[in-house]
Design a protein around this ligand. Structure first.
Ligand SMILES: *[C@@H]1O[C@H](CO)[C@@H](O)[C@H](O)[C@H]1NC(C)=O
Ligand SMILES: *[C@@H]1O[C@H](CO)[C@@H](O)[C@H](O)[C@H]1NC(C)=O
Ligand SMILES: *[C@@H]1O[C@H](CO)[C@@H](O)[C@H](O)[C@H]1NC(C)=O
Length: 438
């Protein structure tokens, strides 16, 4: 088993050096305003949902009081439309005085007092996407300094009202400027998303040296179609994208929309599972004040989170795309463990997919299989054992597999199959060649 684990790691090793700020050795987790709240600045008529200090204080309260923080969801992130339309007399960005009467520094203290971190948003161009003041090259230093003085912990730097030559200068310049403040500030770069997201236009080696995470592709919207288009793009381009990720440097397929309006519970589990395979940042964009218990359970699933947060930080891949509409994804994890995700893109009924671990490239051995969303160990599987998983339409089955430690040699296989037969799988001797139904 030891040998198998080493081979898996080597096959996926990343060779790049990451941004040296010591941050985000596992994908960052938290909450981000954009997808759910957009540029809603109408606090007069919609005080609960407008971009204001109240919204971020409410979410900080929920993260710290409802069990999120302990699971790793610690960032409270502001997106666009927070600032005043004008810089102040000294050329510094300032928060909209009506919607953030206490200012950002006070909001940062509020968030820090609850053991959380505060993220903010800027734009490497003349204006933000929402038309607020951007960070032009002459403002990079002063903006970095302002964010540091406020106690900001993370910056998302968007790329509207800009161009490729400008971004080529500006994104590395901001990285240096953040470092020069001597405050550790996580750095999210939207740069690749504005350059098509792929080499040779995008240099992922360089991105890993200057950013902690980066948006590669389109914004997520509140629909299953949007999730699928993102998933397809990331896995269709996995050979280019997968090696770019690692501790301190992550591909970002955008926010989790679990708890909003567009996904069923099955689709929500699918997003959680695939964001785990992708080693993606987990930024929820939802209303934590009113989230359903079903959505909360998915987002707070400990094993799904542990897979996402695996210390090796190796992004996973799509192994198979079957004509039947079943797709299989795999991610290698710490200590020879791994995650498997079976996705159904069908729209008829639960599909019974038959395979074996050997077919999925597993090295010979015996593996203990834990079903992440059923929250229980479902089987011990020999690599050659055929099994059947039942996958709901637009749903997933997510497994955490670890090498069974007491496995010796072929000699044990008889004892092993007896053990299986004796368990809850209703396998009778005469069905010895039938696949195991899980
Ligand atoms: C790129 O954007 C900058 C800033 O707006 C502008 O000064 C420059 O002329 C632009 N360059 C091109 C090639 O459009
Ligand atoms: C700045 O960069 C240096 C050298 O790469 C690194 O040692 C240091 O921790 C960085 N500081 C911050 C605040 O990011
Ligand atoms: C990409 O960036 C790296 C590191 O900055 C550099 O060494 C390399 O030459 C760049 N690659 C290309 C194709 O420009």
């Amino acid at each position: 088993m030891q040998r198998a684990a080493v081979l898996l790691v080597l096959a996926f090793s990343t060779s790049t050096f990451s941004l040296d700020n010591g941050l985000m050795r596992t994908p960052p987790m938290g909450w981000l305003a954009w997808e759910r709240y957009r540029c809603n600045t109408d606090c007069q008529n919609d005080p609960e949902n407008c971009i204001s200090e109240k919204l971020f204080m409410d979410m900080a309260d929920r993260l710290s009081e409802d069990g999120w923080k302990e699971l790793g969801y610690v960032y409270v992130n502001i997106d666009d439309c927070w600032s005043s339309m004008q810089r102040d007399g000294q050329g510094r960005l300032q928060a909209d005085p009506k919607r953030f009467p206490g200012g950002i520094a006070k909001l940062a203290r509020y968030v820090h007092d609850r053991g959380l971190k505060l993220g903010i948003y800027g734009d490497m161009g003349t204006h933000t996407c929402g038309g607020y003041p951007g960070t032009t090259l002459d403002k990079v230093q002063i903006d970095a300094q302002t964010f540091a003085e406020w106690g900001i912990d993370m910056l998302k730097l968007d790329g509207c009202y800009s161009n490729s030559t400008y971004q080529e200068q500006g994104y590395p310049m901001m990285s240096k400027a953040l470092n020069a403040t001597s405050r550790p500030i996580g750095y999210s770069c939207s740069w690749p998303a504005y350059q098509g997201g792929l080499p040779p236009k995008v240099n992922y080696t360089m991105l890993g040296e200057i950013c902690n995470l980066w948006r590669n592709y389109d914004d997520i919207q509140d629909s299953w179609d949007s999730v699928l288009s993102i998933v397809d793009w990331f896995f269709n381009n996995q050979d280019e994208l997968q090696p770019a990720a690692g501790p301190g440097q992550w591909n970002d397929p955008d926010m989790l929309i679990i708890g909003d309006f567009g996904l069923s519970m099955d689709q929500s589990r699918a997003q959680m599972a695939l964001w785990g395979i992708l080693a993606a940042p987990l930024f929820m964009s939802n209303d934590l004040r009113t989230i359903s218990s079903g959505a909360r359970a998915i987002l707070q699933n400990k094993v799904a989170i542990a897979i996402n947060q695996d210390p090796l930080g190796i992004q996973g891949k799509r192994l198979l795309k079957e004509k039947s509409g079943i797709e299989v994804f795999w991610r290698p994890l710490y200590k020879g463990a791994s995650a498997l995700v079976f996705v159904s893109r069908r729209s008829d009924m639960p599909y019974r997919y038959k395979t074996s671990l050997k077919t999925l490239n597993y090295t010979p051995g015996v593996y203990e299989v834990y079903d992440v969303f059923m929250e229980r160990t479902v089987s011990t599987l020999k690599d050659s054992t055929e099994f059947v998983v039942s996958i709901n339409p637009s749903g997933v089955v997510m497994w955490y597999l670890s090498p069974a430690s007491d496995w010796q040699e072929e000699a044990d296989s008889l004892r092993f199959s007896e053990k299986l037969i004796g368990r809850k799988f209703h396998r009778h001797a005469k069905d010895a060649h039938a696949p195991l139904v899980l």
